[in-house]
Design a protein around this ligand. Structure first.
Ligand SMILES: [Cu+2]
Length: 195
């Protein structure tokens, strides 16, 4: 989700990206080099994160995502800090309790000819009290507190927390950082104008 209105509570987690060790099963498909899993993670966090690569992998085929009920939830999203691509959301999961093996959103880079390349996943949790100044219900996954609470990015989206995981698109800012500086949305093609 767009971070235009993001509050700055998650900055401390930036240190998470500085210490790293390789992850074994991350990129057998060789598409990109995912950000290594930080070494400070607990064994459980590392195991879950490693498993997540395989859980999300079938969604490299966007038809699989559509068949499972994911629907487009944003245009290609970009900020000065980087991009997120296009969000696809599974609405039932977005309203359900956070489960590490069931991310509510998928992140895709739009490609020419209507194709999409899977970059990662995102978790979403509505803020229980809808108050930007309190964060007593902030979730964590993989040892990383969610970003937020932040305003919804559309009229029907509540104040919420979210967490991005750049499984299949290396993020030099960190595996769990919201914006990926390597991601740039395609320049929209302007229709040819008559002279
Ligand atoms: Cu996002």
């Amino acid at each position: 989700m767009n971070r235009k209105f993001r509050l700055g509570l998650a900055g401390a987690a930036l240190v998470a990206s500085s210490l790293a060790a390789p992850i074994a099963s991350a990129h057998e498909d060789g598409e990109t080099t995912p950000t290594p899993v930080p070494v400070h993670m607990t064994a459980t966090d590392r195991a879950e994160l490693t498993a997540l690569y395989d859980i999300v992998k079938p969604y490299k085929d966007i038809q699989k995502a559509l068949a499972d009920g994911y629907v487009p939830a944003s245009e290609c999203t970009e900020s000065p800090a980087g991009g997120m691509g296009v969000h696809y959301i599974l609405p039932a999961r977005a309203g359900a309790p956070i489960q590490w093996d069931k991310p509510a959103l998928l992140l895709y880079m739009p490609l020419p000819h209507g194709k999409f390349r899977l970059m990662g996943a995102e978790y979403f949790k509505a803020d229980a009290d809808q108050d930007l100044t309190t964060d007593g219900d902030r979730p964590s996954l993989f040892g990383r507190p969610f970003d937020g609470p932040m305003l919804g990015h559309s009229a029907d989206m509540p104040i919420h927390y979210d967490l991005h995981v750049w499984l299949y698109q290396h993020n030099p800012a960190g595996l769990l950082e919201p914006w990926n500086p390597t991601v740039h949305c395609p320049v929209p093609t302007t229709p040819a104008t008559e002279n």
